[in-house]
Design a protein around this ligand. Structure first.
Ligand SMILES: [Zn+2]
Length: 468
């Protein structure tokens, strides 16, 4: 209580007067039977708006000469007002007073949220919020408000706090996850500001072993679809994610997570990763140029994709038994069959020129691409061709869709990889060596690579220790 009295003395004269009035109201209420107070809570006229408007008056300095109760206050209204005050005092105790002393402008009023609907205008929104024409005009004259509110989109919202007389006290608009526009209206003066949260980047480690397929291992490890695809893209030059993944393969990665004032904001780049495929270890480190290099500094990019089919369409059919016939078929079968749904996009494994695109009864729809004097790739049984003979294609460009045209028993892509006129196994053939990091970048890259790979090794040990 002594603390309360000290606080009371610290308050401006105006507030002391208000508090005295409030105390009086409480005393009066204490002598009213509780039943009545309960009953009044049930009256329809007692709406939420009245209840939170009053505490606002309690915290916002009233203009000189203004009464606590609204000028038009009917007896019933002021009774409700008194009740609301009682609740406030009882529930918030002295904390509210301390807050009041500390920061008068930081009102704890309940706020109303107004969502922008499709086809809405700012004017319509302000009208729903019952702002006066004058207030709308004043707000739209403020430079920051003008800049940010003009681009408001459906689904976004404006938060509004009002004084007891219904006049605007506070307007807030969340520009994005990091920035918020705040307009204060105090004593007829407007102030506006854009507050920006501190964005902090943290490194997050994830490690997983593949039990059924790569996709679900990624999901189980907490990666989102975009991250799983990114991981497959990083290693997709070395690993055929459609056919080469085996039970027991594993991956570990460190990626960025962004936090705004400690709150999770979004996932950032994969900084470093390791992929162990059938006992072979592949590494990748993201350098400042945005490209990925192996831990030793070789570019992850190669002249050819290991697989011309997007793995995510095939991985759902993951079946170790189905994979065995591929090697068994090597002699009579001069390529690799990718089984997936009809319509699955087929990509050019490397940049080159379409030397043949047509149809015959054996190949069905087919496309042959000549990459240079050494390499040619062939794509058979397509449902549709999307390139023509003579056309130049980029690596990864969609050249058609998977089908079951020609002499086939089911839908699949038959893919051939020809080196100097000789058919080679596309999944094991040595692909042209990738470029390395530029000589002048090497010291900086090696330092980065060393620390990130060490972090992965360390985290893996921690991860294993925690599982045992
Ligand atoms: Zn085949």
């Amino acid at each position: 209580m002594a603390k309360l009295i000290t606080l009371f003395k610290l308050l401006p004269k105006k507030h002391q007067l208000l508090l005295s009035l409030l105390s009086l109201a409480i005393l009066v209420l204490l002598f009213i039977p509780t039943d009545n107070a309960e009953a009044s809570k049930q009256t329809p006229a007692h709406n939420a708006a009245v209840r939170y408007d009053v505490p606002l008056a309690f915290r916002t300095p009233a203009a000189p000469g203004e009464q606590l109760a609204p000028a038009s206050g009917e007896p019933q209204e002021s009774e409700q007002a008194a009740e609301a005050i009682t609740e406030t005092i009882v529930e918030q105790t002295s904390d509210a007073l301390e807050t009041e002393v500390d920061k008068q402008s930081n009102s704890m009023a309940e706020l109303e949220h107004f969502e922008v609907k499709s086809g809405d205008t700012l004017a319509a929104l302000f009208q729903r919020a019952s702002l006066s024409a004058r207030e709308v005009y004043d707000i739209t004259q403020l430079p920051l408000a003008k800049k940010h509110l003009i681009t408001i989109l459906p689904g976004e919202e404006i938060t509004i706090g009002k004084n007891s007389d219904g006049s605007l006290q506070l307007l807030q608009y969340r520009i994005d996850a990091v920035s918020t526009l705040t307009i204060n209206h105090i004593n007829d003066a407007y102030t506006e500001a854009v507050q920006t949260k501190d964005v902090e980047s943290r490194q997050h480690f994830v490690s997983a072993e593949i039990h059924s397929n790569f996709w679900s291992a990624g999901v189980d490890a907490g990666l989102n679809p975009a991250q799983i695809m990114q991981l497959a893209t990083i290693f997709g030059w070395d690993v055929d994610f459609a056919l080469d993944i085996r039970k027991g393969d594993s991956f570990s990665l460190i990626y960025e997570q962004e936090f705004a004032d400690g709150e999770f904001l979004r996932n950032g780049n994969i900084l470093a990763a390791e992929f162990v495929n059938q006992g072979e270890r592949y590494t990748a480190v993201r350098y400042t140029d945005g490209n990925y290099y192996s831990a030793e500094g070789r570019s992850m990019r190669k002249a050819f994709l290991r697989s011309p089919v997007d793995f995510k369409y095939v991985s759902s059919n993951f079946n170790p038994k189905r994979l065995h016939p591929v090697t068994g078929l090597v002699r009579p079968h001069r390529g690799v069959d990718y089984v997936a749904a009809i319509g699955t996009p087929i990509k050019a494994a490397g940049a080159g020129k379409v030397v043949e695109a047509g149809y015959n009864q054996y190949n069905g729809n087919y496309v042959f691409i000549r990459h240079n004097t050494t390499y040619t790739t062939k794509y058979l049984h397509l449902n549709k061709r999307t390139v023509n003979q003579g056309e130049s294609v980029k690596q990864g460009q969609i050249i058609g869709t998977l089908g079951k045209t020609g002499r086939v028993t089911g839908a699949h892509l038959h893919y051939e990889f020809i080196v100097n006129g000789v058919h080679r196994n596309p999944r094991t053939v040595d692909l042209p060596k990738a470029e390395s990091i530029a000589q002048q970048e090497r010291p900086a890259f090696e330092q980065l690579s060393k620390s990130l790979m060490a972090a992965i090794d360390h985290q893996k040990q921690v991860h294993v220790a925690m599982q045992n």
